[in-house]
Ligand binder design. Structure first.
Ligand code: ZN
Length: 294
C-alpha cells in the first residue's frame, strides 16, 4: 500500500466521479461528464483523458450487473450491452483494472472509511430511486455468484399488493415501499399527491400524522427486510445510504426500532448507522477494490 496509487472510478449516467487514492486515503476527486451517445463508446476514453498519470491499479464501478469474471451484463444508463470495460481500460492505459457494481462499491467505501468504519462485516443499503445493497463480510466484499448478494430490494413483502408492481416482474417488493419512488407512491395513496420524498419525510418529521404513518410504513418494511438479511448474513452493522437516508436520525431510529421488533434474537445487537461519504462512497470503494486486487 505504501506509496502506491489507485484510481476509483464511479461511472453514473450523467457524470463519472474519479478519485485518486494514495497511502490508503482519497487525496483528490474530480468529475467527468458521461457521454452516453454512440452506445457509450466515449465514456472510457473521456475518463482516461482526465487521469493525471500512471497508477498501480484502478477499478470501475458501474450501474449494472457484473459477473465474477468481470463481464458487465448491460448498463442501460450508460448505453452499454454485454462488455468488458476493464480490459479496454487496461489496454489503453497499461493500468491493471477491475470492475464492480456501483452499490457494491459504495458498500465497500462505507465499510472502510464511512458509516461502517471500525466494523469488519457490514450490510450497506442504498435507498435511492430503487433499493440497492452490498455486503462486506470479514473485510471482503461478497458479491455472490451473480453479483446480487444482499439485494434485499426484491424481498417480497406483500405478494398480493397489485398496486406495488416492481420492475423485476413481481409485485409487493420491498423497494416499492422503501425507495424514494416507493415513499412518494405511499404518500400519493395516503392522499398527498405530488410530494417529493424529501417533502414527505420533512413533513412527517415536523409532525404531520398522516405522513408520519407513511414514514412508519416505509421504515417498518425496511426494518423487516434488514432483519431478514441479517438473519442470513449476520453483519455487525448496517449502513443506510442514498438520498432517502438524508432524512437522517429520524429515519435511522424508525428503521432501528422496526429491525429490533423483527430481528432474530441473536442479531439484536446489530446497529443501524447512516452513511457518511455521500456521493464519494462509490469512488472510494472502487479505489479500495483496486487496492485489494493488486
Ligand atoms: Zn422487485
Amino acid at each position: 500500500m505504501e506509496n502506491k496509487r489507485y484510481y476509483g472510478i464511479d461511472i453514473g449516467g450523467t457524470t463519472a466521479k474519479v478519485g485518486l487514492l494514495e497511502n490508503g486515503r482519497v487525496v483528490r476527486t474530480w468529475s467527468v461528464q458521461t457521454d452516453t451517445s454512440d452506445g457509450g463508446r466515449n465514456i472510457l476514453p473521456d475518463i482516461i483523458a482526465s487521469l493525471p498519470g500512471p497508477a498501480d491499479g484502478a477499478a470501475l464501478a458501474v450501474p449494472g450487473a457484473v459477473l465474477p469474471d468481470g463481464t458487465v451484463n448491460r448498463c442501460v444508463n450508460l448505453g452499454w450491452g454485454v462488455c468488458r470495460p476493464s480490459d479496454e481500460f487496461t489496454a489503453k492505459t497499461g493500468i491493471p483494472c477491475r470492475v464492480l457494481n456501483d452499490a457494491n462499491a459504495a458498500a465497500l467505501g462505507e465499510q472502510r472509511l464511512g458509516g461502517g468504519k471500525g466494523y469488519e462485516s457490514v450490510l450497506f443499503v442504498a435507498l435511492g430511486t430503487g433499493v440497492g445493497a452490498g455486503v462486506v463480510l470479514n473485510g471482503k466484499l461478497r458479491e455472490g455468484a451473480r453479483g446480487t448478494a444482499g439485494e434485499l430490494g426484491h424481498l417480497i413483502w406483500d405478494p398480493s399488493d397489485a398496486d406495488a408492481k416492481c420492475s423485476c416482474g413481481h409485485q409487493g417488493c420491498l423497494e416499492q415501499y422503501c425507495s424514494a419512488t416507493g415513499i412518494v407512491r405511499l404518500a400519493d395513496r395516503a392522499g398527498f399527491p405530488g410530494l417529493t420524498c424529501k417533502q414527505v419525510m420533512d413533513r412527517a418529521a415536523a409532525g404531520d400524522a398522516a405522513l408520519e404513518a407513511v414514514a412508519d410504513k416505509a421504515c417498518g418494511i425496511l426494518g423487516w427486510g434488514i432483519a431478514c438479511a441479517c438473519a442470513v448474513l449476520d453483519p455487525e452493522a448496517v449502513v443506510l445510504g442514498g438520498g432517502v437516508a438524508l432524512a437522517g436520525e429520524y429515519l435511522r431510529l424508525k428503521v432501528q426500532n422496526a429491525f429490533d421488533a423483527y430481528a432474530f434474537h441473536a442479531c439484536l445487537g446489530t446497529r443501524i448507522h447512516l452513511a457518511t461519504l455521500g456521493s464519494d462512497a462509490g469512488l472510494t470503494g472502487a479505489a479500495m477494490y483496486a487496492m485489494d486486487g493488486v
